[in-house]
Write a protein that binds this ligand. Structure first.
Ligand SMILES: [Zn+2]
Length: 472
């Protein structure tokens, strides 16, 4: 009798499968799978968006999107600058594992970027990128039917591609650079002296990278004293710079909004998974530095992550657990019910969280900095060139490899990471430090090595330095 029912069930199952396949449905998958848009706003701090509680927000489109999306309150970029972070996002691998840490390095041929996976799954694929690190320079142009470097991308550019791509489902990657400096969006030029601010920022950037630019081991020409003068000027300009940043967030917001409009006007929005992320944040002197790539504090690692599902499913949910950009690829694979898309991924699917399960609570490596470019003696001594951040509930530890120190912060009471509790909580610090040390395997503090590529500081930068009196 049991056997009879088994055969009957198998028979019914097979018949049902045949019907489903005939109807174009397999394993719960729709005949036309949803489209995927991965939209990166470079240098976008989470806490500068209205959706994340910022009061002076210039982000109406992002805030409106958040109301229809799942919003991750604590999403972390795996690295504090574009190249390693974007490679991590698009391959779901930690920076020390993919090893793309320096200009000119490309992703290993064995590593399969997201677009190649979607292309193999039958998707039409396109990339519009304004940051060269997200294009051929790093090998991240692999897998696209159409890959185009652009100053910026809005709904017009995306719409033109959508109109010509045919009927297949698509994977679209857009990477815009505003609000990365130089601040271009400002119109109120009398009140906000953007040219002056950009000039000082350019000088700062060039000074921090002077040895690297000259092909010398970091620290060869120590310009710490000049950097200290520029740091003092940046401190004075901080409030203006912060306003300029917000203006450019508004520019980024309008462009993202126009891409959503392009999808809506073509009737594609309800069949699209739209993911908004950033590759890292930006620091405004909170821990002494400016721009990015000089530490692993949350002004650099905490980024927005919004996931808009077809027809707004799970929209409006705000999720507390700490997540990583490494999780984006496995999440997409899970949403689409295509596990093969996430083969070899180091991240974890966030779909269970979207569906109400609580986040995994074990300690996790959430950020790695393997500096190869920047030198400022006080920070070299304090932090060195290899840092690994670990999160465990409200606790965040940062291991600084060369001085072999551990910093420990309680984000619940000290979100700004101002009070290092490592001495007060030595056992906790050491336990998280062990995980961080393990997470840093594969990376070496190579700040002392000369870089491979030969590029001098360009003439325009030198001219700006001379005009400020900083060049020899
Ligand atoms: Zn970036």
């Amino acid at each position: 009798m049991d056997l009879f029912f088994f055969v009957l069930r198998q028979g019914v199952g097979a018949a049902l499968l045949t019907v489903l396949l005939a109807a174009g449905v397999s394993c719960g998958r729709a005949a036309t799978p949803p489209n995927v848009v991965l939209f990166v706003i470079d240098t976008m701090r989470a806490d500068r968006l209205g959706a994340y509680g910022y009061e002076d927000a210039s982000s109406p489109a992002i805030d409106a999107l958040a109301l229809e999306s799942a919003l991750f309150e604590h999403a972390y970029a795996p690295a504090p600058w574009t190249l390693p972070s974007t490679v991590s996002l698009l391959t779901s691998t930690h920076p020390c594992d993919h090893g793309v840490l320096l200009d000119g390095q490309k992703i290993d041929s064995a590593l399969v970027p997201m677009a190649e996976r979607f292309k193999a799954a039958g998707y039409a694929t396109a990339s519009f990128f304004a940051n060269p690190y997200a294009g051929p320079m790093s090998g991240l142009d692999r897998g696209y039917d159409h890959s185009e470097g652009r100053r910026f991308t809005n709904g017009d550019a995306v719409g033109a591609w959508l109109d010509g791509k045919g009927d297949r489902s698509f994977f679209l990657y857009v990477h815009n650079v505003e609000p990365h400096h130089p601040y271009r969006g400002v119109r109120d030029r009398a009140r906000l002296p953007h040219k002056h601010v950009n000039q000082v920022l350019d000088s700062y950037r060039a000074l921090t990278r002077a040895d690297w630019s000259a092909g010398l081991p970091l620290g060869t020409k120590d310009n710490t004293q000049i950097q200290q003068e520029v740091l003092a000027r940046l401190e004075e300009l901080g409030p203006v710079m912060s306003e300029l940043y917000d203006v450019d967030v508004g520019v980024a917001d309008r462009r993202m909004g126009s891409v959503i409009e392009a999808l809506k006007s073509r009737g594609l929005w309800d069949d699209t998974v739209f993911v908004l992320v950033s590759d890292h944040g930006e620091e405004f002197g909170e821990h002494g530095g400016w721009q990015h790539d000089q530490s692993l504090y949350n002004e650099l690692l905490r980024v927005p992550l919004l996931i808009h599902l077809p027809r707004g499913e799970h929209g409006g949910r705000r999720l507390e657990g700490a997540v990583s950009l490494l999780d984006v690829l496995p999440t997409l694979a899970d949403i689409l019910d295509r596990p093969e898309l996430a083969r070899g991924a180091s991240g974890a699917s966030l779909l269970p969280m979207l569906e109400g399960e609580s986040a995994a609570s074990e300690a996790r490596v959430i950020g790695i900095r393997a500096n190869r470019k920047k030198f400022y003696r006080p920070w070299k001594l304090l932090r060195g060139d290899l840092n690994v951040a670990v999160l465990s509930g409200p606790w965040k530890a940062i291991w600084n490899a060369e001085p072999d120190t551990i910093e420990l912060y309680d984000l619940a009471s000290d979100a700004e990471e101002q009070v290092n509790l490592a001495a007060a909580e030595p056992e906790r610090a050491e336990a998280l430090g062990r995980i961080a040390r393990d997470g840093g395997r594969g990376c070496t503090p190579a700040g002392g090595e000369a870089r491979e590529r030969e590029t001098e500081i360009d003439e325009a930068t030198l001219e700006r330095l001379r005009s400020l009196g900083y060049a020899d």
